[in-house]
Design a protein around this ligand. Structure first.
Ligand SMILES: *[C@@H]1O[C@H](CO)[C@@H](O)[C@H](O)[C@H]1NC(C)=O
Ligand SMILES: *[C@@H]1O[C@H](CO)[C@@H](O)[C@H](O)[C@H]1NC(C)=O
Ligand SMILES: *[C@@H]1O[C@H](CO)[C@@H](O)[C@H](O)[C@H]1NC(C)=O
Ligand SMILES: *[C@@H]1O[C@H](CO)[C@@H](O)[C@H](O)[C@H]1NC(C)=O
Length: 472
């Protein structure tokens, strides 16, 4: 369906939504004063001013006027994210290389491009790396030694995100060797004369723990040279992530990683009580929940020293993260089993987050590689709609499904960086439409409540009917 029709349809929906909201509130005493008579008659222009999109607005994502001034920290309230007490459901993306691209004038423009393109389809959160240890264009050249030019590049990423009303999840290290990660910390340790035998010593050796803690401290206390805002006070930062995809295969009991998570989550909170913290896990079930192991993609997943439920029951951890890679975990060849896995994997974690964790869950990486045997773009679209619909099923119940971040969004002209999972919006019209539609749906949930209505009131049920019309 073309954009113009969609926008018209959305006008109608929004008018109805607002009407239901007013009717609902007029009959309840949920902290909202019944509107004066006459306020029910909203004109199309008034409705339009609260729309996140219009056909005339292809550029920067326009926030609700009422929220224009405020740029508050994202917080957690029970199983939901909130901003200034209003729900904040996330449609977001990953682009890991922003800092390194920003470090060179010749590629810096790509950072702005990706934010601009992301905001044009309503994406509001970007997950990216706030580490690069000992490699080319390293942020941290050696323990405690930083390249100021690269730090300024990270400053640019943070200040540019703000311009596009984009929140950032900043990851602080890597399980894998790309950009240094735990292997680089172990190399540094060996160079300092430590007796280290495994990359997992990153998690247990006191000296390596102190290197990591010092890195975290440096990033949190960084004063952005472009905005003068200290990172730990900057609402542009949605959350800190301890590590990208931590695994500790040397200790399948999970104790070694658990102890590291406990120490590091509290370390961050002791310096920065305002920001949310998440671990960066892929979400595998471990020894603490044998009955959940059936949801794992394979039997190996229980052996990697991670434990979704136990790891997230840690003081200082605010929300859960899960990744979804049916192709690399089940079989590289595309099949319907990938879709079934995705749905049950998501539903299981959403249920855990409600039952055992009392926190929101973000599906922080999901995607499919164009290099997979049997791949075609309609399969990718099926995968994306499965993720989005499963989340909406949670959202409409006020459940724990807090959002998703696709892996990964690239601007035009960066194909040489593509690992197969990259989406370039201009080259993927059908996927772009799906992303846009999901943003629009979430924006209704998020902005509906900017009228200070409360979940559980009747208008929510009235809205479901409209949100679930699939013939868009
Ligand atoms: C190094 O550590 C290993 C394992 O902890 C141990 O077996 C070995 O004896 C140690 N080597 C030295 C030189 O201390
Ligand atoms: C940051 O602070 C410096 C020194 O106080 C000041 O000169 C500069 O104008 C400030 N920049 C911004 C963007 O506020
Ligand atoms: C796309 O791939 C899926 C899964 O391999 C297959 O079922 C479907 O028929 C393909 N569609 C097209 C249009 O090729
Ligand atoms: C969402 O919920 C509806 C109604 O319960 C169900 O029919 C549908 O299969 C669910 N969709 C997904 C993707 O979970």
């Amino acid at each position: 369906m073309d954009t113009h029709k969609r926008v018209n349809w959305f006008h109608n929906l929004f008018s109805l939504a607002i009407l239901f909201m007013f009717l609902g509130n007029a009959k309840s005493s949920n902290g909202f004063n019944a509107p004066e008579s006459g306020q029910f008659e909203l004109t199309v222009e008034e409705v339009d001013s609260h729309l996140p999109y219009s056909s005339a607005n292809q550029g920067i994502y326009q926030m609700n006027d009422m929220e224009e001034d405020a740029w508050e920290m994202v917080q957690k309230k029970g199983t939901q994210f909130v901003v200034d007490d209003q729900p904040f459901y996330v449609n977001g993306f990953n682009t890991y290389w922003l800092m390194v691209f920003a470090a060179d004038q010749s590629t810096r423009g790509k950072v702005t491009e990706v934010f601009q393109q992301a905001s044009s389809v309503g994406l509001t959160v970007c997950r990216t790396w706030a580490f690069n240890d000992g490699q080319w264009r390293a942020l941290q050249k050696s323990p405690g030694v930083y390249d100021e030019d690269v730090f300024k590049a990270l400053d640019f990423v943070v200040s540019d995100a703000r311009k596009y009303k984009m929140r950032l999840i900043l990851s602080l290290s890597n399980n894998w060797e790309a950009y240094g990660g735990k292997a680089q910390y172990v190399k540094w340790g060996k160079a300092a004369g430590l007796n280290l035998t495994s990359d997992d010593d990153f998690f247990s050796h006191p000296t390596l723990r102190s290197y990591y803690k010092a890195h975290v401290k440096t990033v949190l206390n960084r004063v952005n040279t472009l905005t003068n805002i200290t990172y730990k006070d900057d609402p542009t930062i949605f959350a800190w992530e301890l590590m990208n995809e931590p695994r500790c295969t040397s200790d399948p009991s999970g104790d070694k990683l658990q102890s590291w998570i406990q120490e590091m989550a509290v370390h961050i909170k002791s310096m920065d009580a305002k920001h949310l913290v998440e671990i960066g896990l892929e979400g595998f079930y471990g020894p603490s929940a044998p009955d959940r192991a059936k949801f794992n993609p394979n039997t190996y997943a229980t052996q990697v020293g991670t434990d979704f439920i136990r790891n997230h029951q840690t003081l200082g951890v605010d929300f859960a993260s899960v990744h979804i890679y049916a192709d690399s975990w089940i079989s590289q060849t595309i099949s319907d089993a990938h879709i079934e896995f995705t749905k049950s994997w998501m539903e299981a974690h959403i249920e855990d987050a409600e039952k055992y964790l009392d926190m929101p869950v973000i599906f922080a990486e999901f995607g499919v590689s164009t290099k997979d045997p049997g791949y075609n773009s309609s399969f990718r679209d099926t995968m994306f709609s499965t993720v989005y619909k499963t989340l909406l099923n949670s959202t409409k119940k006020g459940g724990s499904g807090g959002g998703s971040l696709l892996w990964q969004l690239f601007p035009d002209g960066t194909d040489y960086m593509d690992d197969g999972y990259a989406i370039v919006l201009s080259k993927s019209p059908s996927t772009s439409n799906l992303i846009s539609l999901h943003s629009t749906r979430l924006a209704i949930f998020n902005s509906m409540c900017s009228w200070k209505c409360k979940w559980g009131c009747r208008k929510k049920n009235a809205l479901e009917t409209f949100l679930y019309h699939d013939d868009l």
